[in-house]
Design a protein around this ligand. Structure first.
Ligand SMILES: Cc1cc2nc3c(=O)[nH]c(=O)nc-3n(C[C@H](O)[C@H](O)[C@H](O)COP(=O)(O)OP(=O)(O)OC[C@H]3O[C@@H](n4cnc5c(N)ncnc54)[C@H](O)[C@@H]3O)c2cc1C
Length: 399
């Protein structure tokens, strides 16, 4: 065996899983954890790089060295309509660049004893039953008892081992506009959110150290070819010249399908590879970290011969975020069937904005939203979401 555990993909999911497994007291004197990524690090990837306070709170170290701005408020608007500014003094989201964030997370994993090999693509994977797994890489064959797929949507691990591919019905496109002398004050410390240009999603401007990140995301079937014009319109609304957009990149936002398996035998998929992006917000780093932590306990039990498979991970993931992702998916249908009243409420109703703040800070979960309406809330969520879905289908059959 080349390692007890091979984690394929060194995004936030993979580096968290590798670090957590290597840190487990029960495995410290023996488990060899190998983290591999096809890209040479530091590497960038299409992402707004927003790390919510609820996500940062899951990590046993501060992200200070890679934080470029701390968001405490928001600018909210529909298309070129009236804007509401919601400022506060509590941190909501830490703005990072993925090339720095992901390299930083890998370094923390290495400190915990993980061996990291970058520039090494996995091409094929074969399950050898009780003998573990064989991974064909660009640098030769590797063998391990446990394999964790953290290699994103359509990852080679899920495909090779027969896991379902996540749904890829949402897409996003983003780019950067440089401000070498500093980001204009109007964007600093705030997320700028704009609804209405893309059905099933929103546009954003995120402040970074010397640039802003501008993006739009929504339903692929409806927005696919309209993302670029929407990004240009969004930029202009905020006085940003779309001709100055650099490093434009698009990518899917992989989401769960009903009944998707995430573990079998000694293998599991985590993060985007398991389709864990939050349907309502598009946030994926949170579930990447949650799933990375959740899988470590199951690996510990499996290697310690207290469990016959990593099935415990699937159970833990369901307990941690299963209900919340399902609630977020239902709320997404309701919100995007008619976003105007909800956006208006975010703009003008303090209690609604406070709920958003609490969600981002991890003080409440999505499941608490229907519960706020009493027993009737959770009971009616499903039927109302189904109605909303039918309404959306009548307006956007191509969704
Ligand atoms: C435009 C856009 C904006 C977004 N903005 C945000 C945001 O602001 N905040 C947020 O929380 N989420 C955001 N997301 C979602 C977030 O980017 C993802 O959910 C998150 O990166 C998932 O992390 P991961 O570790 O699962 O996968 P990834 O970060 O995608 O990492 C997968 C890794 O696997 C490697 N890999 C792939 N195939 C192989 C192979 N065959 N062999 C070896 N290595 C391989 C890749 O090189 C990569 O490094 C955004 C997504 C998009 C598309």
């Amino acid at each position: 065996m080349d390692a007890d555990v091979i984690v394929v993909g060194a995004g936030p999911a993979g580096s968290t899983a590798a670090r957590e497994i290597a840190s487990r007291a029960g495995l410290r004197n023996g488990a060899r954890v190998l983290l591999i990524d096809r890209a040479r690090f530091p590497r960038d990837k299409p992402c707004g790089g927003g790390v919510t306070v609820r996500t940062a709170g899951l990590l046993p170290f501060a992200l200070d060295p890679v934080i470029e701005d701390i968001v405490t408020g928001a600018r909210i608007r529909i298309r070129d309509g009236r804007e509401a500014i919601r400022d506060g003094d509590r941190p909501l989201t830490y703005m990072t660049q993925r090339r720095h964030l992901d390299a930083f997370l890998v370094e923390r994993a290495q400190e915990a004893g993980v061996e990291f090999r970058d520039g090494l693509a996995v091409r094929e994977i074969t399950a050898l039953g009780a003998n573990g797994f064989e991974l064909q890489t660009a640098g030769g064959m590797l063998r391990a008892r446990v394999v964790i797929g953290a290699d994103g949507a359509n990852g080679v691990v899920a495909r090779g081992l027969g896991f379902d591919a996540p749904a890829t019905s949402a897409v996003a496109l983003e780019g950067n506009i440089a401000f070498p002398d500093g980001v204009p004050d109007a964007f600093r410390r705030r997320v700028t959110l704009n609804f209405g240009y893309v059905p099933g999603g929103y546009g954003w401007v995120f402040p970074k150290g010397d640039h802003v990140n501008v993006g739009v995301g929504g339903w692929k079937g409806v927005t696919g070819k309209r993302l670029r014009p929407a990004l240009d319109r969004l930029s202009r609304v905020y006085g940003l010249d779309p001709a100055r957009l650099e490093s434009l990149r698009g990518h899917h936002l992989p989401m769960q399908r009903r009944g998707m398996r995430t573990a079998a035998g000694g293998a599991a998929v985590i993060g985007d590879a398991a389709g864990l992006v939050d349907p309502l917000s598009g946030e994926g780093i949170h579930a990447a970290v949650v799933s990375g932590i959740a899988v470590a306990g199951a690996v510990e039990d499996f290697l310690g011969e207290r469990a016959k498979s990593l099935a415990g991970y699937e159970d833990a993931l369901g307990r941690e975020i299963g209900a919340d992702l399902a609630t977020s998916a239902a709320l997404t249908e309701i919100f995007y069937a008619a976003p105007e009243p909800f956006v208006w409420a975010m703009q003008h109703v303090d209690g609604v904005w406070e709920r958003c703040v609490q969600l981002v800070r991890g003080e409440v979960d999505y499941v608490d939203i229907p519960r706020a309406f009493g027993a009737i809330g959770p009971l009616t969520l499903g039927p109302v979401a189904a109605l909303a879905r039918r309404y959306i289908a009548s307006r956007h059959p191509e969704r």
